[in-house]
Ligand binder design. Structure first.
Ligand SMILES: Cc1cc2nc3c(=O)[nH]c(=O)nc-3n(C[C@H](O)[C@H](O)[C@H](O)COP(=O)(O)OP(=O)(O)OC[C@H]3O[C@@H](n4cnc5c(N)ncnc54)[C@H](O)[C@@H]3O)c2cc1C
Length: 189
């Protein structure tokens, strides 16, 4: 199939048989490896995350920048293990989110820990939403901070790691056991 495309051209992953689901999303194990192609990892909005419930409109699971960042950290770590660069334990993203949603003259800060409720209980450990005009200002300040740290090539500086730990969050967590090939991330198996 891949031979049909000129070398170096970009192709839509949904065209590759067996790589995605019907919606074009890539299924992943807790290591964020494809269940059938262990050298393929996925990160971000293209990752298949099963919605916890069926909704009248098929909106799917919201994916935020912080979740994408956590997935990328986990994948970088797990690729380093696969390449033999480190003997550390594999990790998985925690999929927690602190998000500033800007609505113009007001906004909402939401804190979802984790974004996907625990499959067994249907509950999150914590879910907080705060509204106010200050959310827009905080979002602008965070944007400036985020761009500055990216320019310095620092993904998560020590003080950010400390602040996240202070509110009981971490971007990734160690995987206790070797993930089975039929247990997709975000499912209750
Ligand atoms: C309006 C809006 C507001 C949001 N606000 C927030 C927020 O406040 N907080 C938050 O945490 N998250 C927010 N998000 C979500 C966040 O932006 C996404 O979760 C995150 O950017 C996803 O990262 P990604 O790398 O998966 O995809 P993207 O950031 O979309 O990156 C994909 C990249 O691939 C490139 N690309 C696509 N096709 C090709 C191709 N064929 N060849 C080469 N390159 C290609 C695209 O140009 C793009 O640069 C918001 C999203 C939107 C749309």
């Amino acid at each position: 199939m891949l031979n049909k495309f000129p070398q170096g051209s970009a192709i839509w992953v949904g065209l590759v048989p067996g790589l995605t689901d019907a919606g074009g999303f890539i299924p992943v194990l807790p290591t964020y490896q494809h269940p059938n192609y262990s050298s393929i990892y996925a990160v971000g909005v293209i990752v298949q995350l099963q919605p916890p419930e069926v909704t009248p409109l098929p909106v799917g699971v919201p994916k935020t920048g912080q979740m994408t960042e956590a997935m990328a950290m986990a994948v970088a770590h797990n690729i380093a293990i696969a390449l033999g660069e480190t003997s550390a334990q594999p990790v998985t993203p925690t999929l927690e989110a602190i998000c500033f949603a800007d609505f113009g003259d007001t906004g909402i800060l939401f804190f979802a820990d984790p974004v996907l409720p625990e499959p067994a209980t249907g509950q999150r450990r914590r879910a907080i939403a705060l509204q106010g005009a200050w959310v827009g200002w905080a979002k602008t300040a965070f944007e400036q901070y985020f761009l500055a740290k990216m320019r310095f090539g620092v993904a998560v500086p020590w003080f950010e790691r400390l602040a996240l730990r202070g509110v009981g969050l971490s971007l990734v967590e160690p995987l206790a056991t070797s993930p089975s090939t039929d247990c997709l991330h975000g499912t209750s198996c």
